[in-house]
Design a binder for this molecule. Sequence first.
Ligand code: NAD
Length: 471
Amino acid sequence: MSQSHHADVVVLGAGPGGYAAAFRAADLGKKVILIDKGKTLGGVCLNRGCIPSKALLHLARVKSESSEVQNFGLTFPEPEWNLEKVKEWKNKRVVGRLTKGIAALAKARKVEVITGSGVFTSPSTIEVTGDDGVSEVSFEDAIIAVGSHPTKIPSFPEDPRIMNSTTALDLDGIPEELLIIGGGYIGLEMGTIYSALGSNVRVVEFMPHLLPGADPDVVKPLEQRLKKDFKEIRTGTKVQGIVPHDNHLEVTLEGSKGEEKLKVDKVLVAVGRRPNTHGSGFENIGIDIDERGFIKVDAQRQTNVPHIYAIGDITGDPMLAHKATYEGKVAAEVICGEPAAFDVTVIPAVIFTDPEIAWAGLTETQAKEQGIEYDKGVFPWSASGRALALGRTEGFSKALFDKESGKLIGMSIVGTYAGDLIAEAVLAMEMGADAEDISLIIHPHPSLSESVGNAAEIVAGSITDLFAPKR
Ligand code: NAD
């Protein structure tokens, strides 16, 4: 044992949930140790997930817009990729700058960072193995924030040409023919990136629709655009197997048309994520874990072991960074004696494709399934001056209001910047706003945000930007 450390609070895992928990606990006066095996802080999201993918999606959007504006009278030469420069920008100037910023924030708060793999050896100690040897950390309270990893399909062979989200973001060679398995968040975001980089992208989705969690009408404008950009989208199809050959991968698909074989250069498997249940010594501390491998927690994010808390992907769906951050603050505040709880009305979801898809609260499908009666306002962006000026009129904003209480219960938006626009609906739902409340807010003109107000005006009966027959 090279060193021993003691902390009031130890946080295992430095993703967006873990570092937020560590910083909040330090700000509330605790001596905090933050442990992560990564060389930089920020976890999957900052290093090899949300942030690098958004950097690349930005370039993909600029590329497609530079071609689309030709129709509006502005012509650019055909864009050319300099992959080395792209990687440098993504790795150093986006990811590197953020992770350095997080390290500086930790230092400023005197949060001690230990780099290495942490394993619980008892309910009050963690052994950390890193490049500098083994150290032991004892603690009063612990917050587990160890995250998740990409789901593997066990029958597939081990082959570097079969990528997951992490290796796909490395941009290690752009395949001519790319097959993406999974038409969810990662499949469609990475498909957008690789298509812009020049790959012929095929997507295979097991379910009958892309993005099974979103309403089909919301997915439609995205699907129409992707059908133009991608070589093929096959729903209701699964991959039976992959056989590696020297020059290609042979993939067997099974769908409604029966079995079919394809030759591709690379495959991206994006079929969900699994909690990192193993390897951190959870068996040594007696915490309750459910059958899917998620740690069971209460509203305070406390496990069955009272001084051990858990947050983020390891505690279950939705596996989203913004949920983890919120939970991290809750756990830290509870440890510090504050009356905090994870008691949110809604957690927004965003797919950063082009157009983006965002929703919060109930989707229309869920409202129907739950037998909830609602009033619906759908504002088409073809009636938005800002959307017209951007040349992006395919979107719409859909608001659902509970028939009985009148409150906003769900909002779905498809369109450019939908991920930013959904924030207003989240606030409205948290504040218990109804259609009149939202319609009486002055939205800036001309902006896409007006479409949220317009959707509410349709239900409130005060819309002037459309002609709606008297209700
Ligand atoms: P996902 O759950 O979004 O999508 C996986 C898709 O794969 C689903 O549509 C599923 O039906 C399909 N699928 C499953 N098994 C299949 C099979 N054998 N063949 C074909 N299709 C199959 O998962 P993901 O895209 O891998 O992303 C993982 C998680 O990462 C997400 O749940 C999300 O929480 C998070 N994430 C979020 C963002 C964001 O917030 N923008 C972006 C990327 C990832």
